[in-house]
Design a protein around this ligand. Structure first.
Ligand code: NAD
Ligand code: LMR
Length: 328
């Protein structure tokens, strides 16, 4: 029996993600929380003949308390998305407070839940979540994840356009670092099975993964950012975690975690200088079982990308930590 909360359930990501959750046999109860429209989204989804019982909650009448109590997993796509010309960091002003308040709810009503943060800027909202949980004495680093799966999904898709692989998801590509621009680092040299990328296509391919989000923001022309591919990616990560929690072994996916709190993370923290970093993480019943050090085996091209990643990511992380430690 697994109760899953989607916080931000009425939004562009929230609705298709809730649909995927409702379709999953791994979910027994689906709790939809948002500041608007959850009664309608819940009524709609509740007609689907899958096992999960769906309920919608708004902030009134202690809605967060009822939505969150007893949850084993809370997925957070709440917050504003980008418009053309904005960076993810431009979202900080509004989304930092939204994530802080939702995590306060997690600390109070379901402190043992796995928390999956989608809201941008992920590089800062995950440190915010960690600090709020720490302040409440409820931080379990094995249970807090920044969802960077969309970068992995994009890498798989874009490289297949070059290699000609007919099923892009058959190639595993570690995409590590953070979730914005140059902090996103695809490690093509560590793809499994190995791939060959022509030299003259490498920069453009790497750039496309790093700035894939901009491609969608531009195409949507003011109507938001990636929602459907994000719902797919968010569900892919959530489903892997739910399977690992149920005891399935050898499940690994890159995700943005607090390195010192995860087995194997200390060495990666020393090497990168970053407390939070996305690396392939083996998932298990307790959550993050082991962080896998793919950083040290990066090739020279990837090492240059990593240097730029560290420069940007450190500041994003501190900004999130400071927001809670020294509130503005
Ligand atoms: P959206 O505006 O369509 O939906 C956001 C939803 O959050 C809305 O329904 C809104 O009412 C709700 N919300 C606002 N404040 C809330 C609160 N305090 N509590 C609960 N719900 C609240 O936006 P979207 O396109 O779904 O994107 C959501 C977020 O996800 C954005 O920050 C976006 O940048 C981010 N995102 C992240 C990734 C990733 O890879 N991690 C990918 C795509 C988008
Ligand atoms: C993405 O990568 O698509 C998301 O982070 C949304 C965005 O702002 O680009």
């Amino acid at each position: 029996m697994v109760k899953v909360v989607v916080a931000g359930a009425s939004g562009g990501i929230g609705q298709p993600l809730s649909l995927l959750m409702k379709s999953s046999p791994l979910v027994s109860e689906l709790s939809l929380y948002d500041v608007v429209n959850t009664p309608g989204v819940a009524a709609d989804l509740s007609h689907i003949s899958s096992p999960a019982k769906v309920k919608g909650f708004l902030p009134k009448d202690d809605g967060m308390k009822h939505a969150f109590t007893g949850a084993e997993m809370v997925v957070i796509p709440a917050g504003i998305p980008r418009k053309p010309g904005m960076t993810r960091d431009d979202l900080f002003k509004i989304n930092a407070g939204i994530v802080r308040d939702l995590i306060k709810g997690v600390a109070e009503y379901c402190p043992d839940a796995f928390v999956l943060v989608i809201s941008n800027p992920v590089n800062s909202t995950v440190p915010i979540a960690a600090e709020v949980l720490k302040a409440a004495g409820k931080f379990n680093p094995k249970k807090l994840f920044g969802v960077t799966t969309l970068d992995v999904v994009r890498a798989e898709t874009f490289v297949a356009e070059i290699t000609g692989e007919s099923d892009p998801s058959k190639t595993t590509i570690p995409v590590i670092g953070g979730h914005s621009g140059e902090t996103i680092v695809p490690l093509w040299s560590q793809a499994k099975p190995a791939i060959k990328i022509p030299e003259d296509k490498l920069d453009a391919l790497t750039n496309r993964v790093q700035f894939g989000g901009d491609e969608v923001v531009k195409a949507k022309d003011g109507a938001g950012s990636a929602t459907l591919s994000m719902a797919y990616a968010g569900f892919r990560f959530a489903e892997k975690l739910l399977k690992a929690v149920k005891g399935e072994s050898s499940i690994t996916e890159p995700t943005f975690v607090y390195l010192p709190g995860v087995d194997g993370g200390d060495a990666i923290q020393k090497e990168t200088g970053c407390d939070f970093f996305s690396v392939p993480v083996e998932l298990g019943p307790e959550g993050a079982k082991k962080a896998i050090n793919v950083v040290s085996s990066a090739n020279d091209y990837e090492k240059k990308l990593l240097t730029k990643c560290y420069e940007g990511l450190g500041g994003n992380i501190s900004k999130g930590v400071e927001f809670i430690k020294n509130p503005p």
